[in-house]
Design a protein around this ligand. Structure first.
Ligand SMILES: Nc1nc2c(ncn2[C@@H]2O[C@H](COP(=O)(O)OP(=O)(O)OP(=O)(O)O)[C@@H](O)[C@H]2O)c(=O)[nH]1
Ligand SMILES: [Mg+2]
Ligand SMILES: [Zn+2]
Length: 308
């Protein structure tokens, strides 16, 4: 009896989805369950194509071992730029939706981070959704006034409480049949929301008081979870270091969706909406048609993208 070297046929590759990576092992979901796979040398060497959570991968089996042979082309990717290595890292691949989470209170919303995350989503052609968690601490379930610019820009701003379960059904609805990534400051309740939405998930949550310094995150790596009823959700560590330094400064304005109709009236096609004459965006800010605070975020991120 000949022992098969591999059960994979070129015409019919076995495909799985990477759910998480730990200790050099890739946890890959296949129709019959989750298996552990290792990387084939040649996949490993390609710097720009490091296997990431969310990737669809082609698997090869040699005896009992499962190896990742190839990454299926990505439809999108949420990336950050490693501060130390100065190169792009894919946080989650094939993302449909970025859920930018803030807390109504504790911690105070970092609005520059919200703008940064939404811009990053727009620039990656990923749908952005804003969630204000811990809404029971606000005393009202209305959209907090500092979040109004996002409503005006056309974003859905959902209000939730992982504690009282307010708004969870609506949020659950938005997660179905998509790959959604929860992002936002540490301590806003991303893991708590996922635990509340997916009983049995049991992600670790941290005390707000423990997280004074930067980089003390309860969640340390991105991981993807199959969502009951279809789709996936990813929990990520609070993304403090997310940087835009590789973004083309000339296209940063497309990361601010409400600028676009006004940018059309700028005198210069390559207007960066800073000090150029006859700038439609600046005029809109002066008329209060565009939030001054969002515009200030744009200018700050523009400097960053320009490497200043
Ligand atoms: N009052 C209140 N507290 C909440 C709510 N959701 C989460 N918390 C608390 O907020 C703290 C932080 O929650 P986590 O879920 O760990 O926050 P996280 O966003 O996942 O934080 P990192 O993993 O560090 O990025 C915990 O003490 C939670 O119990 C909520 O809706 N209301
Ligand atoms: Mg967490
Ligand atoms: Zn302009």
């Amino acid at each position: 009896m000949t022992r098969p070297q591999t059960v994979r046929h070129e015409s019919d590759p076995e495909i799985g989805r990477v759910l998480r990576v730990s200790g050099g092992k890739y946890h890959v979901e296949i129709p019959s369950g989750v298996l552990e796979a290792s990387l084939r040398g040649r996949v490993k060497q390609k710097d720009d194509r490091i296997v990431s959570v969310g990737d669809l991968v082609e698997l090869g089996r040699v005896e009992d071992a499962v190896r990742i042979e190839r990454i299926v082309d990505r439809t999108s990717a949420l990336t950050r730029h490693g501060v130390a290595k100065r190169r792009e890292q894919v946080i989650v691949a094939n993302v449909d939706q970025v859920v930018v989470t803030v807390a109504a209170a504790a911690p105070e919303p970092d609005l520059l981070m919200v703008d940064r995350l939404l811009a990053l989503a727009e620039l990656s052609a990923i749908h952005g959704l804003v969630v204000v968690n811990k809404i029971e601490l606000a005393g009202t379930t209305d959209v907090p006034s500092d979040m109004a610019p996002y409503v005006d820009a056309g974003y859905d701003v959902m209000r939730t409480s992982a504690k009282t379960r307010h708004g969870l059904e609506e949020l659950a609805e938005r997660l179905r049949d998509r790959i959604s990534v929860f992002t936002g400051q540490s301590g806003v309740g991303k893991s708590s929301l996922l635990n509340a939405l997916m009983p049995g998930l049991d992600l670790r949550v941290g005390e707000v008081g423990q997280r004074k310094g930067r980089g003390r995150h309860t969640t340390v790596a991105a991981a993807l979870y199959p969502y009951p009823g279809g789709g996936y959700v990813a929990d990520t560590p609070g993304l403090q270091y997310l940087s835009l330094w590789e973004v083309d400064p000339a296209s940063l304005d497309t990361g601010f969706v409400e600028f676009s109709e006004f940018a059309e009236t700028c005198r210069f096609g390559d207007c960066r909406h800073r000090r150029e004459p006859s700038c439609g965006v600046r005029d809109a800010v002066e008329r209060d048609d565009v939030s001054e605070r969002r515009y200030a975020s744009y200018l700050g991120l523009l400097e960053e993208a320009e490497g200043k």
